[in-house]
Ligand binder design. Structure first.
Ligand code: AMP
Length: 209
């Protein structure tokens, strides 16, 4: 299974990807997680990435594309992968197609998780993640167990200002990849509002269609 999860920031891509990779037994490849790991290491590349990410902007295609394409050619992706947060621009989508065609493989599905803009800010502001397990929580709707509360992190780009900018970027730069995948006949739309368990079932259902 080679698939992509697309959706605005706060749509639940990371939460759903973590659940789905267990079902499909494929690696979860999140460009955002890869970038945050690089920032944490404090490398020159990490500093460059941090500069773009902090304020809710996109990392330039010429930086993003080689990093992700290198990752999807590693041995653990032989049976497939779940991309989360990539592609985010039309040139990224085209570069991915080219790389996959070179390898003689193709995408099976692109799942678009749809959530209205007015819910996104609230979701991101209340989002916390556990650096030890990668689990993602919502302080109100999916609260973390009390014993791990002290180690949870709040992403530096989950502020109101940065989220608003990320949502605007999504509409301007990422939404154009939706018609691109529609034309290929592999786009599957899923309502991303509701209980995360229910949304996982919705995604599995469209993948089985
Ligand atoms: P995410 O964890 O997917 O929300 O990504 C966090 C941030 O990393 C984004 O707001 C961007 O600044 C950057 N980023 C992640 N993936 C990409 C991508 N495919 N293209 C450009 N920037 C990206």
């Amino acid at each position: 299974m080679r698939m992509i999860l697309v959706g605005p920031p706060g749509a639940g891509k990371g939460t759903q990807a973590a659940r789905l990779v267990e079902t499909f037994n494929i690696p979860h490849i999140s460009s955002g997680d890869m970038f945050r790991a690089e920032v944490k290491q404090g490398t020159e590349l990490g500093k460059q990435l941090d500069h773009h990410m902090k304020l809710g902007g996109l990392v330039p295609d010429e930086v993003t594309i080689p990093i992700v394409l290198k990752r999807i050619t590693q041995a653990d992706t032989a049976a497939g992968f779940m991309l989360d947060g990539f592609p985010r621009t039309r040139p990224q989508a085209e570069a991915l197609d080219k790389e996959m065609a070179k390898a003689g493989v193709a995408l099976d599905a692109v799942v678009l998780i749809e959530v209205p803009d007015q819910l996104l800010e609230e979701r991101a502001i209340h989002r916390r993640s556990d650096p030890q397990t990668g689990a993602i929580y919502h302080l109100k709707y999916n609260p973390p167990p009390a014993e791990i509360a002290g180690r949870l992190v709040h992403r530096s780009d989950d502020t109101k200002e940065a989220v608003d900018k990320r949502v605007a970027k999504y509409h301007a730069e990422t939404a154009p990849i939706i018609p691109y995948y529609m034309e290929k006949g592999i786009l599957k739309r899923v309502d991303g509002v509701g209980d995360p368990d229910v949304i996982t079932e919705r995604i599995k259902a469209v993948l089985n269609d």
